[in-house]
Design a protein around this ligand. Structure first.
Ligand code: GEK
Ligand code: PPY
Length: 247
């Protein structure tokens, strides 16, 4: 993985453009996500462990909004179920190109990995195949809020018995005090990871129009409305959480 440090918001910008998953972001993405998302390495590694429990023979494991394929690589490290294959999907051409290179690297280092296909496309337009594991690792928050239920319903329809959706998201909190506290602690996390006040402020304004977090209660209600039977949070670090949703 690229070791290039994230300095995207280090210099003062006259106008901060909306955040986009372009070439510049792709180059620094592994550093950016590790220093910005508390618990990210733990979530990714354990997503593989969880997936191994839900994988069903001869089914698809989806990594939706795969970025550089960190989740896909974890799925391939942990899942050994017969006849499974991974489909990774992202609509950023720059992400997909680099993701394919990293997966070729994984293939050259390990044998007997699950086959993988990387699709450049919109997950809202995807024709889902019967799936046992669907990972949405910090992707739903970038989907327009009014499209979220329909996407989750289509995922629910494609899930096989015994399978699961694993959904990781930044959270907002209905209680104003809880929201303020966890937001401040997230800022402290970023500061401790070497981001300046300017970087933190400019990144906040870059993502505010493109990334719309929901509360845990909203996630639970929407997942139940989409036809899931059970929602089980398995991880939270500050204002970032991951849920298991069962069909
Ligand atoms: N409609 C869409 N269709 C396809 N992809 C999309 C869409 N909208 C956004 N994306 C893609 O979703 C990804 C979100 S990042 C996921 C991290 C990864 N899962 C990881 O575990 O490393 C989260 C973050 O950066 O906070 C980006 O690569 C977008 O191009
Ligand atoms: O940086 C943040 O404040 C975030 O909420 C997480 C994030 C991580 C990577 C890209 C966009 C948002």
């Amino acid at each position: 993985m690229s070791k290039e440090p994230d300095r995207i918001f280090a210099k003062p910008l006259a106008q901060v453009p909306d955040f986009a998953f372009n070439e510049d972001v792709v180059r620094v993405f592994p550093d950016m996500i590790k220093r910005s998302v508390p618990g990210y390495p733990t979530i990714v590694e354990n997503l593989g462990v969880l997936a191994a429990q839900f994988a069903q023979p001869n089914s698809v494991l989806y990594d939706l909004g795969s970025s550089l394929g960190a989740v896909t690589q974890a799925l391939r490290r942990h899942v050994r179920t017969d006849g499974c294959r991974v489909i990774a999907v992202d609509n950023s051409a720059a992400m997909v190109e680099r993701c394919r290179e990293y997966l070729n690297g994984q293939d050259s280092m390990f044998q007997e990995l699950l086959p993988v296909e990387v699709i450049e496309g919109d997950i809202l337009a995807l024709d889902f195949q019967p799936a046992s594991v669907v990972a949405l690792n910090f992707t739903l928050q970038f989907i327009a809020p009014d499209q979220r239920t329909a996407l989750l319903s289509r995922i629910r329809q494609s899930l096989l018995p015994g399978g699961a959706l694993i959904l990781s998201e930044k959270l907002r909190f209905n209680d104003a005090e809880e929201h303020a506290l966890l937001t401040d602690l997230h800022v402290a996390f970023k500061r401790a990871n070497g981001y300046s006040e300017l970087e933190i402020a400019q990144k906040r304004s870059a993502i505010e129009n493109v990334m719309k977090p929901d509360s845990l209660e909203e996630h639970r209600e929407r997942l139940l409305a989409a036809g899931f039977s059970k929602v089980v949070p398995w991880f939270q670090c500050l204002n970032f959480a991951s849920l298991i949703a069962l069909p």
